[in-house]
Every structure is written in C-alpha cells, then in structure tokens.
Design a protein around this ligand. Structure first.
Ligand code: KG4
Ligand code: ZN
Length: 335
C-alpha cells in the first residue's frame, strides 16, 4: 500500500510516499527555518502562509522523486494534531481536497505518533518487540512513552517546563547563536570542553519527568556574572552536556523500572550527536537494543506520518472527511 504523508504542524512543509509503512520512496522537507531565523522562533501566521505557498510544489516533488502517479497512491495520511492551528489547516485542507478529487481514504495522524513511528520506519522488526520505551525529544515536547502495541501508548514521563529542544533554542538565544538553537549549539560543542562549566542537572524525585528551566537559568546567571570567562564553544558544550545527561539518566532509570528491552529516541533533538553517543553507551552497558532514526527522520518529516498513517489505516481504518484540527491533544488519548 502506497501512502502519501503530509506534515505541516510547525515550520516544515513535508510530503512523502511510503510503501507499507516501511519503505520510503520519497521524503521531501521544505524547511522554513531561514524565514523564521530573523525572529528567533516560529511566527505562526508567517508559517501558515509559507505552508500554503510550499505544499503543492512539495507534493509534486515527492511524486516526481518517487516516479509515482496519482493512480498508484492508495491513501493519504496527514498530521491534524497537535500543532499550530493555521499551519495544520493547510495540510488537512490539502489532504481532504486530494481525497475528494482522487477518491482516496484519509487518516488523521497525531504528530507524536508520527515521531514514534519514525523508529518503526527505521527498524520494522520493532513491531515484534513491544513493549518499546520511546523518548520523544522535540522543540515542543519531551516525554517518555511506553508503546505496548500499534496505537497503544502510556505516558510515563514528561517535561514539567521547557522541552529539551526549547532548552537548546532558548540557551542558544542567550548565547547569541542563530535559530534553530539545537544545531547551532551542537556545531559549536564539537570544539568545546563539556567539563568547562558544571551546569546543574535537575531530577524530579522518583518520577520519570524532566525539568530544563534550571539549566537555562544557570546559563543566564553564568553569562551575567562571568560574561568573558569561557569561550562560547565551552559554554555550548557544557550546556549540551547537562541536557544530554538529564535525558540519558532518566531514560536509563525508566528502562530499569519498566523492564523494556528496547529503547528508541526520536524527535528533532535525537539528531544531536552527543545524545546519540551517550544513549549508545548507556544502551550497551544496560544490554538493551537502541534505535535512533537517521537525522532526517528525527526532525519533522512526512515519511513518519505516512508510516503511522499506514498502521492507523490497517488497525483503525480511515477517518470521515469531517475530521478537525486540534492545537493540543495528549498522545494517550489517541485511539
Ligand atoms: O521534532 P522537531 O523537528 O520539531 C518539533 O516537533 O518540535 O524538533 C525541533 C527541535 C528544535 O528545538 C531544534 O533546536 C532541535 O529539535 N534540534 C536539535 C538538533 N537538531 C534539531 N537539538 C539538538 N541538537 C541537534 N543537532
Ligand atoms: Zn516534531
């Protein structure tokens, strides 16, 4: 089954063609990051207008790269929640219009479910290995999810304040580094000393929740009190090290508590090389399998939406065309 995936929940306009939820024919991502960089973050109205401009050319490019015609497509999967409403509406309206014109079924996908399926898209054998422990680390969310099966999720931890990506983005802004902050900090960190400054790590007692506001405040205070004390490379590496340590240590405890034998790390921050390296060391030491998708499947993309949509079609069927968009919805409420 060939599924056309569409993703427009934030600032990436993406279209992809995926066969049976596991073979990518094309995955085109038209990023708006440069457009938003001058504002230091995503401006929702600017994002919606840009999605509108980019969505049809992006779909055409996905079809052309896959050498696939409309008659070969079996279904459409589109992100309808959570995200910026105006941005989501562009993808959803486009999906509905295509569905009507070509008489195709449509399935509405939760964005985080898409991130979860980026792991199954990378390693389809994971479908035989439930339960999986999945750390979702993106710009808007940080959570630990136990995936018991297709469409069956328990949230076992979440951030109490900033998301990990937000901590990178806000930290970068404090250091006057360009948006998006995660890649900027990661680039500089390569040449920095992660032990130069010891930023605090916050742990939320016996829970598997996260908190990143303390490390951000510590960076702000450090910059105010010691503006010239350390080169920015050392600051970036030390800041990154603190965020990575919190993510790895809490995930390790969650693995021990849940008994899961497989851990996946997904979402934009999973593109971070230091996080990938520390997770690898932790997984090897714990004797568990680790799956982290390639960087282009970690950041927002439509292939993961097509993969999640494929399983949704198989297990729960298509949506009636009256389905709506939602700015928020917990992953656990996904049915
Ligand atoms: O999943 P994503 O593309 O969009 C959301 O759903 O939020 O994640 C974007 C986030 C941004 O905060 C960005 O700074 C962060 O992922 N990010 C990174 C890296 N690449 C992207 N953070 C750390 N290191 C990276 N290499
Ligand atoms: Zn995302």
């Amino acid at each position: 089954m060939i599924v056309l995936g569409l993703e427009t929940s934030c600032d990436e306009t993406s279209a992809a063609l995926v066969v049976d939820g596991e073979r990518i024919l094309s995955n085109i991502v038209s990023s708006q990051a440069d457009l938003h960089a001058k504002y230091g973050g995503v401006i929702p109205e600017v994002a919606s207008r840009k999605h509108l401009e980019l969505i049809l050319p992006t779909i055409e490019e996905a079809l052309s790269e896959a050498s696939t015609g409309w008659h070969e497509i079996d279904a459409i999967a589109v992100t309808n929640r959570p995200g910026l409403l105006g941005a989501l509406l562009v993808g959803v309206s486009t999906a509905k219009a295509i569905a009507l014109v070509h008489s195709l079924p449509v399935t509405a996908v939760h964005h985080h479910e898409g991130h979860l399926y980026s792991a199954l898209l990378t390693s389809p054998h994971l479908a035989e290995e439930f339960p999986l422990l999945v750390l979702i680390v993106s710009g808007g969310h940080t959570m630990l999810v136990k995936m018991m099966g297709h469409g069956s999720y328990t949230l076992i931890g979440r951030t109490m304040d900033d998301a990990a990506g937000e901590a990178f983005d806000k930290g970068a802004r404090l250091m006057d580094l360009p948006y998006p902050g995660g890649p900027s900090i990661a680039r500089l960190s390569i040449k920095g000393d992660p032990k130069a400054v010891h930023f605090p790590r916050s742990y939320m007692g016996n829970t598997f929740n996260f908190s990143f506001s303390g490390v951000k405040t510590a960076l702000r205070t450090h910059l105010k009190n010691n503006p010239e004390a350390h080169p920015v490379e050392d600051l970036a590496a030390s800041y990154q090290e603190a965020i990575v340590a919190m993510l790895v240590n809490t995930t390790k405890r969650a693995l021990e508590e849940t008994g899961c034998r497989t851990v996946c790390v997904v979402g934009g921050v999973a593109a971070n090389m230091r996080l990938r390296q520390r997770m690898r060391e932790m997984a090897d030491a714990s004797g568990v399998e680790l799956v982290i998708p390639d960087a282009e499947l970690c950041t927002d993309n439509a292939a993961m939406i097509a993969a999640a949509g494929y399983h949704r079609l198989i297990h729960t069927g298509a949506n009636p065309l009256s389905f709506d968009t939602f700015a928020m919805q917990n992953l656990e409420e996904v049915r």
